[in-house]
Design a protein. Structure first.
Length: 77
């Protein structure tokens, strides 16, 4: 059971087998963002989440659950 609680305003996927990038992308597209959001300052260092996920995969970890909350501000989607 996931310890975090999310509001009704989220997308999630859970699987008995490791999730593929295609499955994750359908529910959590922000994981594949290629640059920081324009609202971030110049001091913000962007690290692509997919690179972190791929690094974890190389170390033997696999994603079985992914979720993404929706933004209340459409300009930040």
């Amino acid at each position: 059971m996931l310890a975090s609680r999310f509001s009704r305003n989220h997308h999630a996927i859970r699987s008995e087998s490791p999730l593929t990038d295609e499955q994750i992308r359908a529910v959590c597209p922000s994981i594949f963002a290629e640059e920081k959001h324009q609202s971030r300052s110049t001091r913000y260092t962007y690290i692509p989440t997919i690179e972190v996920l791929n690094g974890l995969r190389k170390e033997g970890f696999s994603p079985f659950h992914a979720c993404q909350t929706r933004t209340r501000d459409d300009g930040k989607a």
